[in-house]
Design a protein around this ligand. Structure first.
Ligand SMILES: Nc1ncnc2c1ncn2[C@@H]1O[C@H](COP(=O)(O)OP(=O)(O)O)[C@@H](O)[C@H]1O
Ligand SMILES: [Mg+2]
Length: 601
């Protein structure tokens, strides 16, 4: 936890500052008041003590002045008393006419030359009979002076003026010491306030700082933190509210995330590709299927323009038409995507209401490639069947017409024509049989009766069946199937598979060739079975399609040999019905090996 990362938060600092400022103002006001309040009594005290001093000197000086003693004697007197006064006061004696008779601050020679002072306010006031005090700048270097003058008088007759003067520096000195004391007090108070202020403001603001940190964590998505709460004041209440908010928020976010995960899971498990686009043509969302259609892998595409991801004009056109507010219905179009993978998509664009700013587009892409392929296969199949049926039918009709037209009367021809018609009729019925069988397998009508079979025995039976035919072409039939190998299969269907394969091998292998039936136990509980020949082989270009219905390398030759082109298709279906697989290997002119797998028993 990072509480109090800084020694003091901004708030605490501000609080401390306010406290200090308030203290400073208080101290200043108090200092000013104290100084002012002290200054007046100080002056009063000074003045009073000077008046007292003057009175004390008065009686000693008066006789001299009254008798008109020469200046020298008065001067001596003033100097004597001036030295006696502990206030550093300057004692001046002035005659009734204003001449200075003595001055403790001067030499005698100076006194003689001093100007008449009868006009000084304090002198004048004293001559008028009063006790005068005056505060003014003196003539000398002392700066401001306090003057106290009293009349030198016997009863009511005024003989002169006795004046005491002290430089105010003395007063100031006293005031300064008061100032200093006050300032020191203020400084002390300041220090105490600073210490207490820092401590208190930290205490007061700490919960706020903590809450701030937690609010920041919440903003970053961490709702696990809680404010430690103590007390019941507003700050504690705020903390409690914050904790509650964090709880509610994290619940809401969990809910939302759960919903989002559900929606994402649903979207991703959809077969259809879904792409949501905002009003500016930027991708909001692509589901799993959508990604695989456009081969996007795990690349993040959200927020990128659709144009960058999908480069098919037809799709872009469809989307471009769907971004108008008033478009209500869905637009649909079948779109063919070219290489690398050829696909046919059923694309559907509908308006996507994106509150509050407008409408985007929801693109739903259904891959109908397989559907269309199956449709094509079906129509091709119908065409193929019709074509295959027409050939023998045309022949039969032709020979029957020839017979009816008179050939019936010619016994030699009649028999031959009938035999040919019979062959074609047989072919026709083989064809219909094969078709029915295929349809039975495809519609699930075929029911297997699997049993534990000795594959060697089944192969031996099939070989025996073809012995005569093989002998005619001098073909060697070999049974290389291990004697003890057993498979889980339907006897009839397994025989049918092998008969079809050996039939092909016999048909497409020229004289002196060799046909081998073999088997070996393979992986995953399956047995690999094969029928190999040394025949003409199948061109590699035809190999991938050779198991399709009616697909033959050489139609005419197949027909001539009595084939229908359905044999391998039936074999494939039968093998698949046994949960096995069929695959061919062939080299033109060297031979063919047809492999299939069957469950081992
Ligand atoms: N063992 C083989 N050797 C060469 N070509 C083969 C072999 N088996 C099948 N084929 C080719 O595959 C085609 C399809 O075989 P199939 O479905 O059995 O039809 P059919 O035997 O009636 O012609 C044959 O027409 C032939 O061209
Ligand atoms: Mg065949």
């Amino acid at each position: 936890m990072g509480f109090g990362r800084a020694l003091l938060s901004g708030l605490a600092l501000r609080l401390t500052f306010i406290l200090l400022a308030m203290t400073a103002i208080g101290m200043a006001v108090m200092g000013l008041y104290v100084t002012r309040a002290l200054e007046a009594p100080l002056m009063e005290y000074l003045t009073a003590s000077m008046v007292r001093d003057a009175r004390l000197i008065h009686d000693a000086v008066l006789p001299y002045v009254a008798q008109g003693t020469p200046i020298g004697a008065v001067q001596e007197l003033t100097q004597k008393y001036g030295a006696m006064l502990d206030t550093d006061a300057r004692v001046t004696v002035i005659g009734v006419d204003g001449t200075v008779l003595g001055d403790s601050g001067r030499e005698l020679s100076e006194v003689r030359r001093m100007a008449n002072q009868g006009d000084w306010p304090e002198v004048r006031a004293a001559l008028a009979g009063g006790v005068a005090t005056q505060l003014r700048r003196g003539q000398h270097r002392h700066g401001e002076m306090l003057y106290v003058a009293i009349p030198l008088a016997e009863t009511t007759q005024i003989k002169g003026v006795l004046r005491l003067a002290i430089p105010l520096t003395a007063v100031h000195k006293a005031a300064t010491s008061v100032h200093q004391t006050v300032a020191l007090g203020a400084l002390l108070a300041f220090a105490v306030v600073l210490a207490v202020g820092l401590f208190l403001s930290r205490r007061v603001t700490r919960p706020v700082t903590e809450m701030q940190a937690i609010a920041r964590w919440m903003a970053e998505g961490d709702f696990a933190q809680r404010v430690p709460i103590s007390g019941t004041d507003e700050v504690a209440e705020l903390g409690r509210t914050l904790n509650l908010m964090a709880e509610r928020l994290s619940e809401k976010i969990q809910d939302l995330e759960g919903e989002r995960a559900k929606v994402a899971a649903i979207l991703d498990s959809m077969v259809e590709g879904v792409i949501a686009i905002d009003q500016r043509g930027r991708i909001l969302l692509v589901n799993h299927a959508g990604r695989s259609i456009f081969d996007l892998g795990r690349e993040p595409v959200e927020g990128r323009p659709l144009l960058e991801i999908v480069r098919h004009k037809a799709i872009l056109d469809l989307v471009a038409g769907g971004q108008h507010r008033d478009v209500e219905g869905t637009r649909r179009r079948e779109i063919e995507l070219g290489p690398p993978v050829d696909r046919i998509l059923d694309a559907q664009a509908s308006a996507l209401a994106l509150a509050p700013s407008g409408y985007g587009t929801l693109l739903v892409l259904h891959d109908v490639t397989e559907l269309r392929r199956l449709e094509r296969v079906r129509t091709e199949f119908v065409a193929n069947v019709s074509h295959e049926l027409r050939t023998p039918l045309t022949s039969i009709r032709g020979y029957l017409e020839t017979l009816l037209d008179g050939a019936l009367e010619e016994p030699a021809n009649a028999r031959r024509f009938l035999e040919i018609a019979h062959t074609h009729a047989e072919r026709l019925s083989r064809l219909v049989d094969d078709l029915l069988q295929l349809s039975d397998i495809e519609t699930g009508k075929l029911v297997l009766k699997p049993a534990r079979l000795r594959l060697h025995e089944v192969a031996a039976d099939v070989i025996a069946f073809f012995e005569k035919q093989a002998a005619q072409k001098s073909l060697t039939l070999l049974n290389h199937v291990p004697v003890d190998l057993r498979v889980q299969a339907d006897w009839d269907r397994l025989t049918q598979i092998l008969v079809n394969l050996v039939d092909n091998a016999v048909k497409y292998t020229p004289g002196q060739g060799q046909i081998t039936l073999g088997a070996v136990p393979g992986a995953h509980g399956f047995v690999k079975v094969w029928v190999a020949d040394t025949g003409i082989g199948i061109p590699s270009t035809d190999l991938p399609r050779i198991t399709e219905r009616f697909y033959r390398v050489d139609k005419a030759r197949s027909r001539e040999l009595g084939g229908t082109g359905l044999g391998l298709a039936i074999v494939k279906h039968l093998v698949q019905a046994h949960a096995g697989e069929l695959w061919l290997e062939s080299e033109l002119g060297k031979g063919t090996t047809v492999n299939f797998s069957l469950p081992e028993a």
